[in-house]
Design a protein around this ligand. Structure first.
Ligand SMILES: [Zn+2]
Length: 85
């Protein structure tokens, strides 16, 4: 899942890139509801993708405390194990 820009309201949208949208653009839940109510589920599916896959709620922030035995690589953002001492 990626963070996208909502092609409807310009807000932040979450989900997978849908082939029928410009790169980096998706649809937020709020606009998905509006479009489905106005144009129907089929129009939403064809134009924007599938709810839960291409159109997602904002992901929950993990509540687990982060383990401290790694550092975040600045170049890739990946979690790297600390070198053994
Ligand atoms: Zn929107």
């Amino acid at each position: 899942m990626k963070m996208l820009r909502c092609s409807c309201c310009g807000g932040i949208a979450y989900g997978k890139q849908w082939w029928n949208r410009d790169k980096g653009y998706g649809l937020c839940m709020k606009c998905a509801d509006t479009i489905e109510a106005k144009e129907g589920l089929q129009a939403l599916l064809m134009g924007y993708g599938i709810r839960g896959i291409h159109i997602c709620e904002e992901p929950m922030v993990e509540s687990d405390p982060e383990p401290t035995d790694y550092f975040l690589s600045h170049s890739t953002g990946e979690k790297q194990p600390l070198p053994l001492e």
